[in-house]
Design a binder for this molecule. Sequence first.
Ligand code: GUN
Length: 291
Amino acid sequence: MTTRIDGNEIADSVKSNVESCVETLGKDGVKPGLATVLMSEDSASETYVSMKQQACEAVGIESYHYEIPANAPEETLLKRIKSLNSKPEIHGILVQMPVPDHVNEQAVLEQIDPIKDVDGFHPENVGRLTIGNPRFKPCTPHGVQKLLNAVNEETEGKDVAIVGRSDIVGKPMMNLLIQKAKTGNATVTVCHSRTENLAEKTRNADIVIAAVGVPELIDGSMLSSGTVVIDVGVNRVEADNEKGYELVGDVDFDSAKTKASAITPVPGGVGPLTISMLLYNTVKAASLQEG
Ligand code: GUN
């Protein structure tokens, strides 16, 4: 029997925990605030940001939104971040990635005050995570940890194959999983586009985490029986429907589920957790700044 991991249900329990933290902060006169900044005309990015704003409002976090034209100079974005850094009512700042090519992503991330960096992408926060003293765990890998926890999947002593080495998912996921902690203590293989014999790596793993952005790259033939499969991919592929596209993961769900002991669907798996962990980090940021 394969467990289909319900991300929405797990995300709801995180959200109700966040809601009670918002209430507690409210008793001290604090309303957590998150600023989202979008410098992109990509419709997927627009959708993600709007989902984040709605999720904030649903749990009582104030949401502030800023749009910067995609052709504006880098300085416009940097100035906006500087101004948000100095606003006390804004506890968290999220610049939706990717930014346009003419904007230096690192310069943007370094401009965000690390105490407001709810994505956990500032080098100071990346460093803290690496040495095992995280302030803000990046939302998607943290969400994956929550999912594994929720299905009682221990990582200690397990072989985990992460497919994808991005700064947003693959690398922080590796860092979380190798921590000396109950939610870590795994042996991690990070695979990427130059990895030779990917299927051998995934077949050797107890847990496969796909975060590579290639539609249905991982199929059942690449998995051993009993593997836990976490699909972080959200890929738009052309479809004959109203929208003209459908969402598919990095895993071929139908063939993978014949091998997996547990598997996340796309949509409805990791995605809802990413948003919940952002809310969690925003409340944490508010507590750190107002405490
Ligand atoms: N783009 C894709 N995922 C993310 C994320 O977690 N945070 C931000 N800021 N941008 C993203």
